[in-house]
Design a protein around this ligand. Structure first.
Ligand SMILES: [Mg+2]
Length: 503
């Protein structure tokens, strides 16, 4: 293509389809539906075109040939019924004021488009806008349009009028403008691939959106022309740096990143879709929720386990007697969390139910690991199901098993779990873990473990750490009691009272 395009020096060029994009009703569809083959038959042809079984040129001609009415009658019909999109006038005025050329590229017939335009935006603007479209030939002997036929701009091209041919010459310029294209239907399929920024009209029977989805072409849906106008405004007032993007990046990436595309951000809204780098981003967000929660920790001593957490009422008016963050699952297992308390409550209820039904079947409470596996499964399921989100909590589970003694597990939102000697989670996790690593020894006693737990929490606590702002749960030899109907005494999980913590 050696002829330079008309607006070679422009920064932006806005190309747009006419029917159904600038107007609310497609004039050709309207003729076909009203006096031609009708809606149902026309939709069948549309389907064939979207799926590229037939070309637009042949399909569209078949539709138009089903209209056997004088041309002026059709002109009256569409002038009467076709209305302008609400935001277009303002968009056009803005574009004109800022020297952004607007070019209408259409598969419709020039006289029809001019006629509708004059009706909708006035003769002056209608004559000013550049229209590149197909034409019409009156085939009756008097040339009055009693009979007529469509004349394609590119009769040899399968599109009849290949709209991409209005875009591509700009691409070949050494400094191409940023190319916008707005469309709504099957006639826009060829142009859709070649625009920098593609707008697809949000409407019923959205053939262009279907085509773009099938072919992984990124686009912006727009309800009306206030949307493209806003984007132009942002660009021109430099709120958005698409211009520099356009220079720095391959074009398709530009479009992708702005709508549902390859950016990591786009995947963060779908839980069940991996991002290109292999992450389930929602799980990381859930971990972030845990990271904002209050600090909790657990320490396994020689013959016991301690779990502890900060307890802070959101307001001095809240009665903290009812606040409970260290909780009993069953006599042999206790649990503490960091993250979202409602999520914890749900998991706790499930864990308790599980422990009870285990007891009903086996006459004893589950091993800590068995219970942890069940909780982890529930949490994992929430990362692999539609319509749910991961649990926003991490748990520390403390238990004492008859055969193996004390056990401490951590379960995370992804459903992974580990067995720990000591662990911390929540807001001050990193410091707390470092502190625990320094203080921990394999032969730590229960007394020492409680003391270490308090010291660790003190490290990161803003304000005075007192028995009122601290919760501790323990299980071990020192907490023996009757479990269920068992004769012998076994370690039982219990929360320390405020008085005990004080001492
Ligand atoms: Mg259209």
């Amino acid at each position: 293509m050696s002829i330079p395009p008309k607006y070679a020096d422009a920064k932006y060029v806005f190309l747009t389809d006419f029917d159904g994009t600038i107007t609310l009703l497609d004039s050709n569809d309207h003729m076909v539906d009203t006096v031609g083959m009708g809606y149902a038959e026309r939709r069948k042809i549309n389907e064939e075109i979207i799926n590229e079984r037939i070309g637009f040129r042949d399909g569209f001609r078949t539709m138009m040939e089903s209209v056997h009415r004088p041309f002026h009658e059709m002109e009256e019909l569409v002038r009467r019924d076709v209305k302008l999109d609400p935001g277009f006038k303002e968009f056009y005025a803005y574009a004109k004021e800022h020297n952004v050329p607007v070019i209408v590229v259409s598969s419709g017939m020039t006289p029809i488009i001019r006629s509708i335009f004059a009706n909708l935006i006035g003769e002056k603007d209608a004559n000013e806008i550049e229209v590149i479209s197909n034409d019409v030939n009156f085939t009756d002997p008097e040339k009055e349009g009693k009979t007529w036929e469509l004349v394609y701009r590119h009769p040899d091209n399968t599109f009849g009028h290949d709209k991409s041919l209005s875009i591509l010459p700009y691409r070949e310029l050494p400094n191409p403008p940023l190319l916008f294209f707005a469309g709504d239907g099957i006639s826009d399929m060829s142009a859709a691939r070649h625009a920098d920024v593609l707008f697809v009209k949000d409407k019923k029977d959205n053939d262009l959106a279907t085509y773009c989805n099938n072919n992984k072409i990124g686009y912006h849906l727009f309800k009306d022309w206030t949307v493209p106008k806003q984007m132009l405004e942002d660009l021109i007032s430099d709120h958005v740096l698409y211009r520099s993007w356009a220079a720095a990046r391959p074009v398709s990436r530009l479009v992708d990143t702005m709508s549902a595309g390859a950016g990591e951000g786009a995947y963060s809204f779908s839980l069940t879709t991996f991002s290109p780098s292999g992450k389930l981003v929602q799980i990381e967000h859930a971990l972030a929720a845990v990271g904002q929660g209050t600090t909790s920790l657990g320490i396994k001593a020689t013959n016991a386990v301690v779990i502890a957490t900060e307890k802070r009422a959101p307001s001095p008016l809240v009665d903290d007697a009812a606040l409970e963050k260290v909780a009993l699952v069953c006599p042999t297992i206790g649990i503490v969390y960091s993250g979202m308390s409602p999520d914890f409550r749900v998991l706790l209820a499930k864990a308790r139910k599980m422990a009870q039904s285990y007891w009903k079947i086996y006459g004893e409470y589950p091993l800590t690991k068995i219970l942890v596996q069940e909780i982890a499964t529930i949490m994992q399921t929430a990362t692999q199901s539609g319509g749910v989100r991961p649990y926003g909590v991490s748990l520390l589970v403390a238990g004492f098993d008859k055969a193996t003694g004390p056990a401490l597990f951590q379960v995370d939102p992804s459903g992974t779990y580990f067995m720990w000697k000591a662990s911390a989670m929540g807001r001050n996790m990193t410091n707390a873990k470092t502190f625990l690593e320094k203080r921990y020894s394999d032969d730590i006693s229960l007394e020492d473990a409680i003391h270490t737990a308090i010291l660790t929490l003190k490290e990161g606590f803003e304000g005075q750490l007192t028995e009122k702002t601290l919760e501790i749960g323990i299980i071990g030899q020192a907490t023996k009691g009757q479990v269920g109907a068992a004769e012998e005494q076994q370690p039982v999980f219990r929360r320390l009272s405020e008085q005990e913590i004080k001492d």
